[in-house]
Design a protein around this ligand. Sequence first.
Ligand code: MSP
Length: 650
Amino acid sequence: MAKKTFYITTPIYYPSDKLHIGHSYTTVAADAMARFKRLTGYDVRFLTGTDEHGQKIERRAKAAGKSPQEFVDEIVAWIKKLWQALDISYDDFIRTTEERHKTAVQKIFQKFYEQGDIYKSKYEGWYCTPCEAFWTERQLVDGNCPDCNRPVELVAEESYFFRMSKYVDKLIEHIEQNPDFIQPVARKNEMINNFLKPGLEDLCVSRTTFDWGVPVPFDSDHVIYVWLDALSNYITALGYGSEDDQLFQTYWPADVHLIGKEIVRFHTIYWPIFLMALGLELPKKVFGHGWLLLDDGKMSKSKGNVVDPEELIKRYGSDAIRYFLLREIPFGADGHFSEEALIQRINFDLANDLGNLLNRTLAMLKKYFAGIVPAPGITTSLDEELKQAAAALPGKIEALMDELQFSGALAELWRFIARVNKYIDEAAPWTLAKSGEESRLQSVMYNLLESIRIISVLLLPFMPRTPERIWRQLGISGEIHLQTWESILEFGKLPAGIQTVPGDVLFPRLELSAEDGTPVRQATKKDKPDTTKEVPKKGEEKKLISIDDFARLDLRVAEIKEAEPISGADKLLKLKLDVGGEEKQVVAGIAKHYSPEELPGKRVLFVANLKPAKLRGVLSEGMLLAASDDAGNLVLATTEAPIKSGSRVK
Ligand code: MSP
């Protein structure tokens, strides 16, 4: 039987500049979906590409002193390298400057003209070049583009127009009869209420004031409007309008166009109307996701390294970036990007929950069974519960993926990972080993290893590199049949007798450097991930801090060199400290408890990364730690035995 097909697209990107991490969002999501569908047995076609014509690109090229073609060629090569680094598994990459596309777009335009959908007239109105969008006076917001808020230009030129009005009623009917067509629902309502119901004006579909575009086939003064050119990519890439349209016959209509929310209008109004005019089926779904924002607003390349995908991949690895993008933000909503949040995800979800599960399990296996997968023995209800959770998992994840709920799917997977971690504590293999319950111990270890294998297969669409690293350690790297969707539908496919090979930690814990807040330092071996992370009780969340919060403190041993009173401040002493050879001055509220004479020579604990402040006009460059009780006693915190000043306290 022929496989079911699945056709998924991303928008085609403007190669007007290098992309930022926000651009990667659509593509990573589409890739995860494409991989998921391949895993579950679909014949997938995944298309991405570049939208290379238009006034914006022409101007950028001119500013760079290059021909438009030269200009886009360079950026397109960079984009392709970026997608490779992010493991984007596209089946086709279409460039709108390719012949296969241009010829087909001209045929489409010709057909519209011949059937009377296009007529010649004069356009007078506003144009937003960054968005390549026409606006009427009424639609502008404070005289600016309602989408991007940037200034618009007045355009007056001869143009060809497309009779949008002819198709409006049919489109409204289609949208209303197909509730899945525009997702999420709020975007559908916006399209109907703000754009379709008020009535659609005919769309200007050609330009004459610049050249960088596909020429109108019967009027060489005009180039085709860049959105008509660009939207057609979804079918021209399948060979529509060419001699060989086999792919088009196989994959159209698209199952889903994934796009950002600001281009929903083009994809759910113009595009369906063009398709109707061509007599073609409409895509089954158009999903408009939210934006990835920075704390101080919209993302742009000018924000530097923080948003540079190449730099982020270099620092954190592509799987971690992919995980963050898919997990952090519910698909559809806006969300924030920051390196702090990324590091939290890496430390908690990847290093702690996932990485440590593998480490702990393989370490125990080595100890109890010389690293060889045992056959399961005596089973208890605890095991049954775990197996049931594992068996239910693929179905739950598939349902969430069908709704494009990437974050929900990952949350479900991580719930299972937490369940398996808890199973270790509940089954307590160390107790079984001590009391000689060999058969029970075999079951527990087997269940852990099989659960990890199931997790690794489910990770594939989201983090394509990590599963192979897990399989190598599980000793099943070449065993393709243990890496399939079918192999995880039933618990227990992992054969006994396999020799495991414990390896590197999957994700070392990371920290932001205290100095400038950006570079990443890998934690040392001592800095072990904590899997016994306590779940705060309700209401307690605010009081608890994470190990990462604590790690932000730079605590040092300091030697007090001098101490003197501060006139007019009877509680304060001014202290000179030696912190590993560096002199620091501190104002401490200890005058009631220590005399200046008794302090020099004491080794105390010093908070070295506190923002400097002035107390009573005296500079204080940190703080000493001291303990005080209700009775008003206060003692300085010191080290239990002598240790070099400057030593780190952790
Ligand atoms: N060329 C048009 C699309 C034509 S499709 C027929 C275009 N290109 S774009 O390069 O500006 O944007 C490509 C995609 O990146 C869009 O889906 C857009 O929403 C997405 N993103 C750009 N910045 C983004 C964020 N900060 N966050 C999430 N997605 C963002 O539009």
